[in-house]
Design a protein around this ligand. Structure first.
Ligand code: HEC
Length: 300
């Protein structure tokens, strides 16, 4: 009797959950992998468990033989720490170009550099704390957003995120933190909220294929399996080496441009670099690199 009364109620509840009675379009979610943001990059332990191979340069070297095994190569996350392993690649040239650009712009007005460094011309170590909440601007700010903002405010010049000049300056800015452990400040409530929004986006299915980021980047998904010549890997540690020089594309790529590229693979309308949703995703991804050293310049 009780069961009979309960069933229609449950069905109604399920329909409401589907958004038929609720507001807004219905979105499915890829099951949550329950990542603990406070573990930072160590959250990969018990996740993909590949961090044992790439945590340090010594680990990478000890497991170098994996590189010879096509099915297991991805575990190396060999993309990491290439700062120390590849001597010269176009990413290094981008650092020089970015530095020259900063010099040129700072010669027009030194306030540009002081704006980048939030009051000081010394950029050393500063990029490792990004993205962060900027109280004066009232929003989450990434390194590329800072560059766009300072160019506009101080020089009245457009240096939009995703444009090569912005990305080159970002590569230079981040190279000034190479080796510094990433430390996105989760004690800031605004950052934590952005993390949660980014996390929600990571699991939300979108586009013609109804894929979430998680459909390719968490254990039990496509992660570790070949997909059109590439193998999606763990999201832990990724943010540490962006912007990166992409050899197949022959150009620099910011992490938000990479999001757009993955959105393309998902047949989802990509957003523009600088979109608040991409800033939230960048917070999520960078928290998953907390504790891991900034590894810019890099190439892949
Ligand atoms: C259809 C599968 C697929 C989906 C869905 C997908 N990606 Fe990817 N992603 C890949 C592949 C393949 C690569 C290249 C291999 C790698 O580096 O992991 C990649 C690479 C990346 C990288 C760069 C890794 C590096 O070290 O260079 C980031 C960051 C990333 N994806 C984030 C995302 C985000 C955020 C989403 C959701 C908006 C997403 N991906 C959705 C397949 C996917």
């Amino acid at each position: 009797m009780l069961k009979r009364a309960l069933l229609p109620a449950l069905a109604l509840g399920a329909l409401a959950g589907c958004g038929i009675f609720g507001g807004g379009p219905h979105r499915e979610h890829y099951p949550d992998a329950r990542i603990d943001p406070f573990k930072g990059v160590e959250g990969d332990v018990g996740f993909s468990d590949t961090i044992q191979y790439w945590r340090t340069e010594a680990d990478l070297q000890r497991h170098a033989a994996l590189a010879e095994k096509p099915a297991e190569q991805w575990k190396l996350n060999w993309k990491h720490m290439d700062l120390d392993r590849i001597e010269l690649h176009p990413g290094h040239l981008a650092v020089d170009e970015g530095q020259a650009l900063v010099k040129k712009l700072a010669a027009r007005d030194p306030a540009f550099l002081a704006c980048l460094g939030e009051g000081s011309a010394d950029l050393k170590g500063k990029a490792a704390a990004y993205p962060k909440f900027d109280a004066a601007l009232g929003r989450i700010v990434t390194v590329e957003d800072r560059i766009e903002h300072c160019a506009k405010r101080v020089l009245k010049e457009d240096l939009p995120q995703g444009k090569p000049s912005n990305t080159k300056i970002s590569v230079y800015f981040k190279s000034q933190s190479a080796g510094t452990p990433i430390g996105v400040d989760l004690s800031d409530g605004n950052v934590m909220e952005a993390y949660r929004r980014g996390e929600e986006l990571f699991y939300r299915k979108t586009g013609q294929l109804n894929f979430a980021c998680a459909s390719c980047h968490v254990p039990g998904s496509i992660m570790g399996h070949k997909l059109r010549g590439e193998t999606p890997t763990t999201p832990f540690g990724d943010a540490a080496h962006y912007p990166t020089y992409r050899t197949p594309v022959g150009a620099l790529e910011s992490i938000q441009e990479r999001f757009a590229r993955c959105h393309g693979q998902m047949r989802t309308q990509a957003l523009k670099p600088g979109d608040p949703a991409y800033a939230d995703l960048e917070v999520f991804m960078t928290v998953l690199s907390n504790g891991y050293p900034v590894s810019v310049p890099s190439a892949r």
